[in-house]
Design a protein around this ligand. Structure first.
Ligand code: PEP
Length: 261
C-alpha cells in the first residue's frame, strides 16, 4: 500500500510557545473553544506552556479539543531541575511537541535526545509531534535533503512499528518560522516527500502510511487554505497565529479542504 492511498485524519496544533500563563490561557480558550469544538473531521490540539496545561485541561477536558505539551524530558522522575516528565503529562496531554527548532537551536537539543524523548513519549502513551526542518543556510547550500535525512534518521530511530500511527512529524523549515515567509506548497510537498521516503526506508511504506506530516512556518488564516489543499500536507503546526482567533479559521480551512479531497 502506498502512503498516498491511505486517508489520514488532518491535525492542526497551536504552539503557544512562551505565551499565556494560566489566567490568559483560561481567557483565550474560553474565546475559541466553542468554535473549535464544532469543527469536525480534524484533530485540534492546543499546546500551552507547561504551567498553563492544568488550567487548559480544566476547560478542554470534556471537549474534543486535545492538549499537547511543548516539550518533555525522557525520564519518569528524578533530579532534573526544571524538566517535565511524561508521567506528569499523561492524563492531561495527548500530544507532546519534541525537537522544535527553538529547542534545537537555543537549548542545544540533539537528534539523539529528541529520539530518547520520542521513545519515552510513545512508551507513556503520548503522541509525539517531532519537528524537523532545515535552516536558510542549509537550503541555500542545497543541503536540505541531507539535513532532513539526518534529523529524521536520528530523531525517529528505533520507534516501535506498531505505534507509528501515533507519530506526527512536523516539517518546519527554520527560515519560515515566525518570519512571515511561509514555504510554498511546492517546497513543502517536496520535503514532505523526502520525509515519507525516509520513513518508508526505515520502517516500510505500509507501516508508515498512517504517519501524519504537518507543515509549520508562518501559517496564517490567509495561506491555510492553499496549504491545506495540498494532499501531502496532513495539517499544520501553528505558532504566532495560534495566539489569535485566526487559529479557528486555520483549523476550519484544513477540515474543509481535507473533507473535499
Ligand atoms: C512554530 O513555532 O512551530 C511556528 C510554526 O511558528 P510560526 O507559525 O509563528 O511561524
Amino acid at each position: 500500500m502506498s502512503g498516498a492511498a491511505i486517508r489520514r485524519r488532518p491535525i492542526v496544533a497551536g504552539n503557544w510557545k512562551m505565551n499565556f500563563g494560566p489566567s490568559d490561557a483560561h481567557a483565550f480558550i474560553i474565546r475559541i473553544l466553542d468554535d473549535l469544538e464544532r469543527i469536525a473531521g480534524v484533530d485540534r490540539v492546543i499546546c500551552p506552556p507547561a504551567i498553563s496545561i492544568a488550567a487548559a485541561h480544566a476547560l478542554t477536558g470534556a471537549s474534543g479539543v486535545a492538549l499537547g505539551a511543548q516539550n518533555m524530558y525522557d525520564a519518569e522522575r528524578g533530579a532534573f531541575t526544571g524538566e517535565i516528565s511524561p508521567l506528569m503529562l499523561r492524563g492531561l496531554c495527548e500530544y507532546v511537541i519534541l525537537g522544535h527548532s527553538e529547542r534545537r537551536a537555543l537549548f542545544g537539543e540533539t537528534d539523539e535526545l529528541v529520539n530518547r524523548k520520542a521513545l519515552s513519549a510513545l512508551a507513556h502513551d503520548l503522541k509525539p509531534i517531532v519537528c524537523v526542518g532545515e535552516r536558510l543556510e542549509d537550503r541555500d547550500a542545497n543541503l536540505t535533503e541531507r539535513v532532513i535525512s539526518t534529523q529524521v534518521r536520528g530523531s525517529l530511530a528505533g520507534l516501535p512499528s506498531e505505534r507509528l500511527n501515533d507519530l506526527v512529524v512536523a516539517y518546519e523549515p527554520v527560515w519560515a518560522i515566525g518570519t512571515g515567509r511561509a514555504a510554498t506548497t511546492q517546497d513543502a510537498r517536496d520535503v514532505i516527500a523526502i520525509i515519507r521516503a525516509l520513513l518508508g526506508e526505515m520502517y516500510g511504506d505500509e507501516a508508515t502510511a498512517g504517519v501524519r506530516v504537518q507543515y509549520g512556518g508562518s501559517v496564517t488564516a490567509a495561506n491555510a487554505r492553499e496549504l491545506a489543499a495540498e494532499p501531502e500536507i496532513d495539517g499544520a503546526l501553528v505558532g504566532g497565529a495560534s495566539l489569535t482567533v485566526d487559529f479557528v479559521d486555520i483549523v476550519r480551512a484544513f477540515a474543509e479542504a481535507k473533507s473535499l479531497g
